[in-house]
Design a protein around this ligand. Structure first.
Ligand code: SAM
Length: 205
């Protein structure tokens, strides 16, 4: 199988700490799987965090995905929550490049993936529920490289993260689960969410 490329088109203005952890997780896992991760459409002044540029196969691109894929758009698959067809293992033969919106999850979803849909890439859905960008890349890799049918990928919806006896937060997304049934999240994410929750509580007083 030809090497797969996962492209996240960065659509937010800045790189917030959540996106940074998501991108580091995508870069690390793609590298371990022998795939390439490309972060496209970065503003000229964008400072790539050291932890990201340290991942050997990571590529930072100022060009947008349309320019990068101008030679053969038909090999690019947009992972699109509104696509008519779900992703299947055979799509690993149909496409070499899998494209995602570099957008933080929002509840309810605002369909910013439409910015990429408008460019005319063929789309595939990963089921009906919104995933974080790193989860969407993880699921795509399991389906197209691991040849696992989408319905067999283990997942949990809206998991509760418990920080202590009194504090917990529900995450309104679908996550892949590990062998213990726990949601897989980027390294450092649970601590970051815990700090954000503390700050929100402090801001109330
Ligand atoms: N709220 C969103 C929006 O405005 O489109 C979804 C953003 S989601 C956090 C980031 C990216 O992950 C999407 O642009 C899409 O590429 C991918 N993604 C997430 N859930 C998906 C699903 N169920 N099917 C296909 N792609 C999905």
């Amino acid at each position: 199988m030809a090497q797969k490329t996962y492209i996240v088109e960065h659509l937010d203005e800045e790189l917030g700490p959540w996106s940074e952890l998501e991108y580091i997780a995508i870069a690390t896992e793609s590298h371990e799987a022998g795939a390439q991760f490309l972060l496209s459409s970065l503003p000229a002044a964008f400072k790539v965090p050291d932890a990201l540029s340290a991942v050997p196969s990571f590529v930072a691109e100022n060009r947008g995905v349309e320019e990068i894929s101008a030679a053969d758009k038909s090999r690019v698959c947009l992972l699109d929550p509104s696509a008519a067809k779900d992703l299947a293992p055979e799509d690993g033969d149909n496409f070499d490049v899998f494209l995602f919106g570099g957008i933080l999850g929002d509840d309810p979803p605002r369909d910013r993936t439409s910015e990429l849909r408008k460019k005319g890439f063929e789309g595939r859905r990963l089921g009906p529920k919104q995933m974080t960008t790193d989860t969407a890349v993880r699921v795509t890799r399991l389906v197209v490289e691991g040849k696992t049918p989408l319905l067999d990928v283990p997942y949990v919806d809206d998991p509760d993260l418990k920080f202590n006896e009194h504090e917990s937060t529900s995450m309104p997304f679908r996550y892949v689960t590990d062998k213990d049934g726990k949601p897989i999240m980027p390294k450092g994410m649970v601590d970051l969410i815990g700090k954000d929750a503390d700050k929100a509580i402090d801001d109330l007083f």
